[in-house]
Design a binder for this molecule. Structure first.
Ligand code: GDP
Length: 612
């Protein structure tokens, strides 16, 4: 078959087969897949009225449009799917335990400690670790590797608990942003002398958004002015109701400093895990898990702390972790002691990698070094492409609204940050009161006081949210991150202006609503029977106008007899008319509808777009 040409350039014509392209692919990528010259695709796109260079990444729509023009069925693949397929091509799968239910064994809970700054997260993590250290033989030198595991005697049973030792919500959200579900339970630390604070709420939002059960540690009860009951009351407002208040959240009054009730807190964690989670994993398979922390050590090279989620990680295993790979040369526990194998929920430091992975990267043990290397290399190449594409693929408020228009999503997620809590609350209240109809759901997924942080941007990335900064700006280097991640930040200093922007944007994108507008009424004076045109109503226009092709209904004795009619023909004497005004006579034909009687009223109307 002769290839068609556009502008003198031969355009390869497809055979209808499916072409899979990564999100943000370029014309060059497309050309590669179909063995064509990128220049010819540039031309083909121009033929469709769009301009793009060969190396510019394109929207899903453009790729699909071009595909159908060239007779290919284009499928745009998300990065997650792409990675899943990459692993599949090596017969690997991440995230599922091998074997059936009987292969699963209980694993310890993985806990993240969250809360407002200075409420004692670090101190509490130290206290928990310390209780354990006293209990065991004085071991090696205590090291902070980003996570540790302790043993506690709960109801006469020796139970292990893993703590992620990177306080601050950043780690938690960053991992969630990367799709890694690491935390099983969140311990929310609230200082009893200070009560619920903005970051307490932030932590709560994060944990709830991730669907992680919460245990509340009411800390600093040793201090004068500590009011643990008040903390319980305050948290009730956020849906965290203490057991002694009739709810089902466990609250434990602790003092990290005076080492009060630390054991009770551990007990609450285990009880919560047992009550609401089924924490099991298959220990007898190749290990898989997540990187918690990683750095480059001068003497030892890349060092990563990983959390094993399933399987057993062993010395000598071939491993691929994000874009890094290698062989487990040595494993160390939180005390710096070497370990030979790590079971599910066990954090260990791994040495022997070729590069430093990112926190949140997943790892898999594979059968050969070669496979690990190949997967890592392909991921590296993809990451480079994705980075280039991401710079162009920004998601602005307008994009999201356009998406809503196409029915992609019915929710506009907002994050509100302000200078004082009063204005944040006022803004949130006002926004939630906006009447935007049923089609759109406006959700404030997070609000807080202070600068826009990395955490806010991460959260916006995960939940596709817009950030509104009210009298605040981004924290250091956060603007760059937002830029890179394509998160839209809107700055305002007048509440009404902020509300107005959101309202206008939402209104602009809502589908038009039509309402009926009456055009005119005519009274039937006489009915003419015509064999050709059916019955014709000889009428007098009583009000407004009767217009040909307008919609009509027939009313008899005040009752609608027929709806959904059309003024099919309209005549003034013998001549066709397009419109007849009030006070004039005319002949009206209603198409195939013939049940017309003298004194009937013909009402005509049109559908008009209703201003919002
Ligand atoms: P973080 O910012 O949440 O990690 O808080 P830190 O663990 O750094 O603690 C903040 C301050 O509170 C430090 O000066 C701690 O010594 C103090 N602190 C932490 N826990 C307690 C406690 O239980 N009682 C008292 N009195 N002080 C505490």
């Amino acid at each position: 078959m002769e290839a068609p040409t556009i502008g003198g350039v031969r355009i390869p014509r497809g055979d209808g087969r499916t072409v899979r392209l990564p999100r943000g692919a370029t014309l060059t990528d497309f050309a590669d897949k179909i063995d064509a010259n990128p220049g010819s695709l540039v031309q083909a796109l121009i033929g469709l009225g769009e301009m793009a260079t060969a190396t510019q990444s394109l929207s899903d729509d453009t790729l699909m449009l071009l595909g159908s023009e060239l007779n290919y069925s284009v499928e745009v693949v998300s990065p997650e799917d792409e990675d899943r397929e990459l692993l599949e091509s090596f017969n690997l799968e991440f995230g599922e335990d091998e074997g059936g239910d009987e292969a699963l064994e209980q694993r310890p809970p993985v806990v993240t400690v969250m809360g407002h700054v200075d409420h004692g997260k670090t101190k509490l993590l130290d206290a928990i670790r310390h209780t354990n250290q006293v209990a065991r033989e004085a071991g090696g030198i205590t090291q902070h590797i980003g996570a540790y595991q302790i043993q506690a005697d709960i109801d006469g049973q020796d139970r292990a608990i893993t703590f992620i030792d990177t306080p601050g919500h950043e780690a938690f959200t960053a991992m969630r942003a990367r799709g890694a579900k690491v935390t099983d339970i969140a311990v929310l630390v609230v200082a009893a002398d200070d009560g619920v604070k903005p970051q307490t709420i932030e932590a709560l939002n994060h944990a709830q958004a991730a669907n992680v059960p919460i245990v509340v540690a009411v800390n600093k009860v040793d201090k004068e002015g500590a009011d643990p009951t008040k903390v319980r009351g305050q948290l009730t407002e956020y849906g965290l109701v203490a057991e002694d208040f009739g709810g089902d959240t466990m609250f434990v009054d602790v003092s990290a400093k005076a080492q009060i009730n630390i054991h009770e807190l551990l007990e609450a964690v285990v009880l919560t895990a047992d009550a609401s989670l089924d924490l099991r994993a298959n220990p007898d398979q190749d290990a898989q898990g997540v990187a918690i922390e990683a750095h480059l050590d001068k003497g030892r090279g890349p060092v990563a702390t990983v959390l094993v989620q399933r399987g057993t990680l062993k010395h000598g295993d071939s491993i691929v972790i994000g874009e890094a790979h290698g062989r487990v040369r040595a494993m160390l526990d939180e005390n710096g002691d070497p370990v030979d194998e790590a079971l599910p929920s066990r954090p260990v430091q791994v040495l022997g990698l070729t590069a430093v992975p990112d926190a949140g990267d997943t790892f898999l043990v594979v059968s050969e070094d070669r496979i690990a290397r190949q997967i890592a290399n392909i991921r590296q190449a993809r990451e480079r492409n994705a980075e280039l594409a991401a710079r162009r693929g920004r998601r602005t408020l307008e994009d999201i609204l356009q998406g809503l228009e196409k029915g992609e999503t019915g929710t506009l997620n907002l994050i509100i940050k302000g200078d004082v809590s009063g204005s944040v609350e006022a803004l949130e209240d006002a926004l939630l009161k906006l009447d935007v109809g049923d089609e759109v759901d406006l959700r404030v997924i997070h609000r807080g006081v202070g600068a826009i942080t990395q955490n806010d941007v991460n959260l916006a990335t995960v939940d596709n949210a817009i950030i509104i900064g009210f009298n605040v700006r981004t924290a250091e280097r956060v603007a760059e991150l937002a830029e890179r991640e394509g998160v839209d930040i809107r700055y305002h200093s007048v509440i009404y202006a902020a509300i107005d922007e959101v309202e206008q944007a939402l209104k602009g994108m809502l589908k038009p609503v039509y309402e009926e507008a009456e055009l005119g009424k005519a009274e039937v004076r006489e009915v003419f029977r015509s064999s050709k045109a059916g019955n014709i109503a000889g009428s007098l226009v009583r009000s407004g106008v009767i217009r040909r092709n307008a919609k009509a209904r027939l009313i008899r004795d005040g009752v609608v007899v027929a709806d959904n009619l059309t003024i099919d023909s309209l005549k003034r004497f013998k001549d066709d008319a397009t419109e007849v005004k009030e006070g004039y006579e005319c002949g009206i034909g209603l198409g195939s509808f013939n049940d017309i009687k003298v004194d009937d009223v013909i009402e005509t109307f049109e559908m008009r777009e209703k201003p919002r």
